[in-house]
Design a protein around this ligand. Structure first.
Ligand code: NAP
Ligand code: ZN
Length: 342
């Protein structure tokens, strides 16, 4: 079968490899779609640790082609989405129910072979059923949505709340939709590209801001801004210095800031401890998707989350390595690799 292999840091190529075989507890899945994520680019450039040689791709869905003898509840022909993050179940964090903090976390598409391929094998515990009538490409959004759900859960958005989302990539655009579902009355998205601001306004943002033409803090939280004094919840979904520094200044006193964007390891930002103390801000980190994959799959299956408008392009397995090796094109939100079209 075909697989997009990270052969070493800096080296990625489509290769012919053996079709994997399902062990007793595994399911073998024929990939329908697998999303390209910023993390794939970080893995290629060695900015995120992985275990090459390995097949990349951690946002996938497909059809079960074979199941191991100990598998129950999933059958050949079922459509499934994979939760790529495999926790050990034995470390102190797992035993405390904090599986995303597992000391031995291993991820499909990072440490073991993933979904930029014709087939993937995963433990049954990572597979979640999707409806047979779902559009195949939609299942690829379960993984990013599950990460966004964790962030929105941590944020504690209540009906009527005011929310700022910083960064209008796929994560920010999913978070906007979840904030709306959670009942936020005001949802402001700050992102530089006009096409993304327009998209966000169609997906539930009540206002948008272009941080390259206005001062985002003044425009949002200033005395004559959109929400004078700041908002209940800020979700930082860009992972850049500017937005992380803005995040505490956009929260109102007593507000919550959730850091979702990934900044390069070791990088530092400036913040004012006095401000965090005096205004009792809560600053939280949100990492991956603990116990949220099932809910993400249900939201995708129900159609409550719009994903069609987030798909910028569908590419073949043959094109995938070049897509990962190059930066995303302007305006692009999500690129899906669809083995069936090539
Ligand atoms: P993305 O497509 O790169 O989106 C981030 C967007 O932020 C950029 O495309 C950019 O859009 C915008 N941005 C950049 N500078 C900005 C600024 N100064 N002000 C406002 N917006 C700015 O990435 P993504 O896939 O949506 O992911 C977002 C972040 O979440 C990434 O850092 C990713 O690694 C991280 N992530 C975290 C988790 C987790 O578990 N915590 C899970 C998945 C992803 P414009 O060009 O329109 O400004
Ligand atoms: Zn563990």
């Amino acid at each position: 079968m075909r697989a997009v292999r990270l052969e070493a840091v800096g080296s990625i190529a489509l290769r012919e490899v053996d079709k994997p075989v399902a062990g007793p507890q595994d399911v073998l899945v024929r990939i329908e779609a697998c999303g390209v994520c910023g993390t794939d680019r970080h893995l290629l450039h060695g900015e995120f640790p992985s275990s090459p040689p390995v097949t990349l791709g951690h946002e996938f869905c497909g059809i079960v082609e074979a199941v191991g003898e100990a598998v129950s509840g999933i059958a050949v022909g079922d459509r499934v989405t994979g939760d790529p993050n495999i926790s050990c179940g034995r470390c102190s964090h797992c035993r405390a129910g904090r599986v995303n903090l597992c000391s031995n976390l291993r991820a499909i598409g990072i440490h073991r072979d993933g979904g930029f391929a014709d087939y993937v094998v995963m433990p049954q515990s990572q597979a979640f059923l999707l409806p047979a009538n779902l559009k195949p490409t939609h299942g690829a959004f379960c993984e990013p949505l599950a990460c966004c759900l964790h962030a929105v859960d941590l944020a504690g958005i209540r009906p009527g709340a005011s929310v700022v989302v910083l960064g209008g990539g796929v994560i920010g655009l999913l978070v906007v939709q979840l904030a709306k579902l959670a009942g936020a009355a005001t949802i402001v998205l700050s992102t530089r590209q006009a096409s993304r601001r327009a998209l966000a306004e169609g997906l539930g943002a009540t206002a948008t801001v272009d941080p390259s033409s206005v001062d985002a803090i003044d425009a949002i939280a200033g005395p004559v801004g959109l929400v004078p004094g700041g908002v209940d919840v800020v979700l930082e979904c860009a992972g850049v210095l500017d937005t992380v520094e803005q995040s505490t200044q956009l929260a109102k006193s007593g507000g919550t800031v959730v850091i979702v964007g990934v900044m390069p390891q070791g990088e530092k930002v400036a913040f004012e401890p006095f401000d965090v103390l005096f205004r009792e801000l809560k600053v939280l980190g949100s990492f991956i998707n603990p116990f949220t994959h099932r809910r993400a799959a249900d939201l995708i299956a129900s159609g409550a989350i719009e994903v069609d408008r987030l798909i910028s392009r569908q590419v073949t397995l043959e094109e995938a390595a070049a897509v990962i090796a190059n930066p995303g094109a302007p305006g692009e939100v999500k690129v899906l690799v669809v083995p069936g079209i090539g």
